[in-house]
Design a protein around this ligand. Structure first.
Ligand code: PMP
Length: 443
């Protein structure tokens, strides 16, 4: 796919593409595809909702890259925050009670934004590490309480929690678990509350440490929970002494129009896992936030050292960047804009559904949305070749980067543009989807 050709730019692309193929092992990529086609894009620049590639194309970043560049591209303030911090103190360890101001200020800011009594943060470099941290913390907690059997982690089918051994074991998309010897003691339930109740009954509450869920499943297809689901989850967890972990890696820090996704569903977890939006992708940082209650119990019960810490737990530059990012989100009322533009985007999706027979469902919340495609919605028949893949390809020709999610007959287009998007830009996205869908269907 080449949108625009310019010989000089093309030769620069080719030079870099050859090196890429020789030396760069890509994440979540087909080795063969990389060798056959080279990098689809080599990005060079970003501004607001746009990304520019080396061949000179400006493209709408309709998924905020990996659902993470929430404030949008090209904010120099974050670069300045990084530089100032690195000039002063590039790194110091936070092991064994050592600390520094950016990590202290950021943990306070996170606590201020959190719902309920979630108040103490363990920092990581991203979401997978944060989920692993949560799994180890809950197991450690139950051991301290003398409940040595409580080890199992329950997650939901279609969930995505990351790719480290622990996080991929919790992921409810089987493709991510297609490796032998992942971690033991992970169980999956579908989204009916009865499934969770039945599993707890079968396995025994005294063997279960925690239940983990995204408020809205992202990589599994932007799936909203059934009504009252999390309220009931909260009750079931309380009744059975099971800790409730919310994975807010995508939904955290405003994506759904509230600070955190769970706030839409009236449930406060015991542990919240965060990443992505905390720094809008300008620096790699994530974390696990625990409740005041859990914190107090850990302090009271623990004797030795909690033997878990990453070199970059609370990296000073990442903390400084995250702080500046959260300041911008607040000062520019970007979450207010998520609500307004989110409504507009979801309305646009409904308009598309009325225009296209093949759209079987549209869903989402705030600036997180999905369009479900089906060959025949009356008979529940999917396309032989997923249509979303073709629509994403076509949309690129019109300057929109979106995502196709295919899972067990689900044929989904996902969008999650940056929070700084305006009305005209939302309309542009809707119009590109409309044009691309029409074109692909005409064949
Ligand atoms: N949890 C969720 C809900 C995610 O969407 C992701 C990343 N897409 C992760 C965890 C893993 O985060 P990371 O890639 O930063 O390890």
């Amino acid at each position: 796919m080449i949108l625009k050709k310019n010989e000089d730019l093309q030769s620069k692309y080719e030079e870099l593409a050859a090196i890429d193929k020789r030396h760069f092992m890509h994440p979540t990529t087909s080795f063969k595809q990389q060798q056959e086609q080279g990098p689809k894009f080599i990005f060079t620049e970003g501004k607001g909702i746009y990304l520019k590639d080396i061949r000179g194309n400006w493209i709408i970043d309709g998924l905020s890259s990996l659902w993470n560049v929430n404030i949008g591209h090209g904010r120099p303030e974050l670069g300045i925050a990084a530089m100032e911090q690195m000039k002063k103190l590039a790194f110091s360890s936070t092991f064994a009670t050592n600390s520094h101001e950016p990590v202290i200020r950021l943990s306070e800011k996170v606590a201020e934004m959190m719902p309920g009594d979630l108040s103490m943060t363990f920092f990581t470099s991203g979401g997978s590490e944060a989920n692993d941290t949560a799994f180890k913390t809950v197991r450690h907690y139950w051991e301290l309480k003398g409940c040595f059997g409580k080890k199992k982690i329950i997650s939901r089918k279609k969930s995505y929690h990351g790719v480290s051994v622990g996080a991929s074991s919790a992921t409810g998309l089987p493709a991510f678990r297609a490796f032998p010897s992942l971690a033991p003691d992970f169980y999956y339930v579908d989204s009916q509350i009865e499934s969770l109740k039945n599993l707890i009954k079968e396995e025994g509450a005294d063997t279960i440490a925690a239940f983990i869920s995204e408020p809205i499943q992202g990589s599994g297809g932007v799936n909203l929970p059934p009504e009252n689901y999390f309220k009931e989850v909260r009750e079931i967890c309380d009744q059975n002494n099971i800790l409730f972990i919310a994975d807010e890696v995508i939904t955290g820090f405003g994506r759904t129009g509230k600070n955190f996704g769970m706030e839409n569903f009236d449930a406060v977890p015991d542990i919240m896992v965060i990443a992505k939006g905390i720094s809008s992708g300008y620096a790699p940082i994530g974390g696990m936030v625990i409740s005041e209650k859990l914190k107090n119990e850990l302090i009271e019960l623990s004797e030795g050292v909690f033997m878990h810490g990453y070199t970059y737990s609370g990296h000073p530059m990442c903390c400084a960047v995250a702080l500046k990012n959260l300041e911008i989100i607040e000062e520019e009322n970007l979450i207010g804009n998520v609500r307004n533009m989110g409504d507009k985007m979801q309305e646009g999706f409904k308009w598309l559904k009325d225009r296209h027979e093949v759209i079987s469902d549209v869903r989402g919340m705030g600036l997180l949305g999905a369009i479900e495609l089906m060959k025949d919605k009356d008979t529940n028949t999917s396309f032989e070749q997923p249509l979303s893949v073709k629509v994403v390809e076509e949309a690129l020709n019109h300057g929109l980067l979106g995502r196709s999610i295919i899972y067990e007959g689900q044929d989904t287009l996902a969008f999650a543009p940056p929070f700084c998007i305006n009305k005209e830009q939302v309309e542009k996205i809707i119009s590109i989807i409309d044009t691309s869908l029409t074109k692909v269907l005409k064949g």
